[in-house]
Write a protein that binds this ligand. Structure first.
Ligand code: SIN
Length: 531
C-alpha cells in the first residue's frame, strides 16, 4: 500500500469538462490540486459530446430574439416539473462567463467570435446551441482544458481508480483509496470533488464511453452522501443502429441534425413525430425517444430512420464530420440514404445531491457535472445543458472548496475499509437493465432487474476492474430502488404500469445507503430546494 506523503487540498476525481474546469480554477486560488482519472485525461466521456453548449450570450436578445428567461422556460418544460427553478436560473445565467473562461483556455467555436454559429436541439425554442468542429464540441472542450491543465503543470494522476472516498473519525473527507494494476494506495486530501460523469455502461447499449460506469454515485453513496433523481436515465433518441443486439458504445447521431432539418421516419418511411408534439422532431428528448420506442414496437422493428439527405454530401461532411464518419464505418452514406438509428442510454439526469456551489451532504465532499444532481435537469435534461452545467459547476465547486478551506482540517488518513464488496455479473446486469429499466418499465421487470443486481458474490477489490464492477452493481441497485418507488410516468421515467404523471410524485426521490449497504429511498425533505 502506497501512502502519498503530501496532503493535497483538493483531489478531483475525473478529468472531463467539470473536473478539469474545477482543477484549473482551484489552482488559480493557489490550492494544491491533483486530478485523478482511471484512464487517461483524453479518454473520458466529454469527448463524445457532439451537439454543443446551450447558452444565451450577451447580444442574443437581438437579432436572435432569445433570453435567459426563455432558456429557463425550456429547461423547466423539459424537466417535467422536477427542476429546482432557482438552480436552473443561477446555472443558466452563469453560462456566458463560463464559456468566456473556456475560450481563455483556447476553445474555438464554429463561426468565430462574436458571430458564433448557433443551432437548435430538442426542447429548445431558440437557436442557442453553440458548437465546435461541426459536431465535435466535446472533443474541442477536452482539447482546450487538457492543454491548459498540462501547460499549467497541474498534477494529473492517470490510470488510477478510486475505490473509496476516505473519511476521518468525524465523518469528514480525508482522502482517496486508489487502485491500479500494481496495487493500492492512499492519497490524503482535505477535499474531494467527484466529477466522474455518468452511468451509461449500466446498460447493454449506450452512447457513453467505456468509463461511464456509475463510479461517482457508488463512491458518494458509500461515503454517506445523499443522491436523488436516479430513476431519470435519459435515452438519446438517435444512436447509430449497429445491428440487432449490438452491445457497448453506440456512436451518437447528434440531435443537431434534426435541428438542421433531418426527419425521423419509421421503417415504412412514415414520419414518426407527426402529431406527437408541437415541436415535432425537436420535442424534448424523452418525448422523441418514447415516440420512437412506440413506433418500433408497432412496426415490429428495432430501429427507425433519420433522413438527412436534404443536407447533401458537402454540408454533412463539413457540419457533421463525426456522424458522417460513423455512418461511413457501417457503409451508410447519409447524403444518399437515411441513417438507421435507435434510442440508447445516454445521460444520468440525477446523481449526488449538491447545492449550487457543488457541496454535497458530506463535509469535504463536492460533486460537479453529470455525477451531480443540482436540480438543473429535473426528470429530463434539456439537450446541451450538460456541458454548460459542467463548466459552471466545476468552477463553482472549486470556489466553494477555496471558501471552505480555512475551516477544513485533515486528520490522518484511515486505511480503506471496504475491501470486500458485493459484485453482480456485469453482463447479466447490463442485459437486465436494458430489458427492464429502459424506456417502458413496470414493477415486475424492475423487480427482475433488482434480483439480478442483488445476485452478488462478495469479491475482494484488488483491481480497477473489480472496483468498477462493484460500483456498477451498487449504482444499478440505486437506480432500480428509485425507479420502483416512483409509481408514475414523468420525463425519462416511463412506466407501462403507471403511464401518467401523478401529482403526489411531483418531488424528487432521494436514495441513501442503509446500515447493510443497501440503497433505499430516503426522506424527500432532505433535498434542499425541491421537497
Ligand atoms: C447530441 O448532440 O444530440 C447530444 C447532446 C446532449 O446530449 O446534450
Amino acid at each position: 500500500m502506497t501512502v502519498w506523503e503530501v496532503t493535497v487540498d483538493l483531489a478531483v476525481v475525473g478529468t472531463g469538462v467539470a473536473g478539469l474546469t474545477a482543477a484549473l480554477r482551484a489552482a488559480e486560488f493557489g490550492l494544491r490540486v491533483v486530478a485523478v482519472t482511471k484512464t487517461t485525461v483524453e479518454d473520458g466521456n466529454t469527448r463524445c459530446a457532439q451537439g454543443g453548449i446551450a447558452v444565451v450570450l450577451p447580444g442574443d436578445q437581438a437579432p436572435h430574439g432569445d433570453s435567459v428567461d426563455a432558456h429557463v422556460v425550456d429547461t423547466l418544460t423539459a424537466g417535467a416539473g422536477l427542476c429546482d427553478e432557482a438552480a436552473v436560473r443561477t446555472i443558466l445565467a452563469a453560462g456566458p462567463a463560463a464559456v468566456n473562461e473556456l475560450r481563455t483556455h483556447g476553445a474555438v467555436f464554429d463561426g468565430g467570435w462574436p458571430d458564433v454559429h448557433r443551432t437548435r436541439e430538442g426542447g429548445h425554442r431558440a437557436y442557442r446551441v453553440i458548437h465546435a468542429g461541426g459536431d465535435a464540441t466535446g472533443a474541442e472542450i477536452e482539447r482546450a482544458l487538457a492543454g491548459a491543465a498540462r501547460s499549467r503543470q497541474l498534477v494529473l494522476l492517470e490510470g488510477q481508480s478510486v475505490s473509496e472516498v476516505l473519511r476521518d473519525e468525524t465523518g469528514r473527507v480525508a482522502g482517496l483509496a486508489l487502485l491500479d494494476e500494481q496495487g493500492g494506495g492512499v492519497l490524503r486530501a482535505r477535499a474531494v470533488l467527484l466529477a466522474t460523469g455518468g452511468l451509461g455502461q449500466l446498460y447493454a447499449a449506450s452512447t457513453n464511453a467505456d468509463v461511464a460506469t456509475g463510479d461517482g454515485v457508488a463512491l458518494a453513496l458509500r461515503a454517506g452522501a445523499l443522491t436523488a433523481d436516479l430513476e431519470f436515465v435519459q435515452f438519446h433518441p438517435t444512436a447509430l443502429y449497429l445491428g440487432a443486439g449490438s452491445r457497448g458504445r453506440q456512436p451518437l447521431v447528434t440531435e443537431a441534425i434534426r435541428g438542421e432539418g433531418a426527419v425521423l421516419l419509421d421503417i415504412a418511411g412514415d414520419p414518426v413525430m407527426t402529431g406527437v408534439h408541437p415541436l415535432g422532431g425537436l420535442a424534448p428528448r424523452d418525448v422523441v425517444a418514447a415516440a420512437i420506442t412506440r413506433r418500433m414496437a408497432a412496426t415490429g422493428t428495432d430501429h427507425v430512420l433519420l433522413d438527412a439527405t436534404h443536407l447533401g454530401s458537402a454540408q454533412l461532411r463539413r457540419r457533421f464530420p463525426t456522424v458522417h464518419a460513423a455512418c461511413a464505418s457501417i457503409g451508410v452514406d447519409p447524403a444518399c440514404e437515411p441513417i438507421p438509428v435507435a434510442p440508447a442510454a445516454h445521460y444520468q439526469c440525477g446523481g449526488v445531491v449538491t447545492d449550487t456551489s457543488g457541496r454535497t451532504t458530506v463535509p469535504g465532499l463536492y460533486a460537479a457535472g453529470e455525477v451531480a444532481r443540482t436540480g438543473l435537469h429535473g426528470a429530463n435534461r434539456l439537450a446541451s445543458n450538460s456541458l454548460l452545467e459542467g463548466l459552471v459547476m466545476g468552477r463553482r465547486a472549486a470556489e466553494a472548496v477555496a471558501a471552505d478551506f480555512p475551516v477544513s482540517r485533515c486528520a490522518g488518513p484511515p486505511l480503506p475499509s471496504h475491501e470486500v464488496r458485493p459484485v453482480a455479473d456485469r453482463d447479466a446486469l447490463q442485459q437486465a437493465m436494458s430489458a427492464h429499466a429502459g424506456i417502458g418499465r413496470d414493477s415486475a421487470g424492475l423487480a427482475a432487474a433488482a434480483a439480478v443486481a442483488g445476485a452478488t458474490t462478495r469479491r475482494r477489490i484488488r483491481t480497477p476492474h473489480d472496483a468498477e464492477d462493484a460500483g456498477l452493481t451498487l449504482a444499478a441497485a440505486a437506480v432500480l430502488a428509485a425507479a420502483a418507488t416512483r409509481t408514475e410516468s414523468r420525463g425519462c421515467h416511463l412506466r407501462t404500469d403507471h403511464p401518467r404523471p401523478a401529482k403526489r410524485w411531483r418531488r424528487s426521490i432521494a436514495v441513501v445507503l442503509d446500515d447493510n449497504g443497501t440503497p433505499v429511498p430516503a426522506e424527500p425533505a432532505l433535498i434542499g430546494g425541491v421537497a
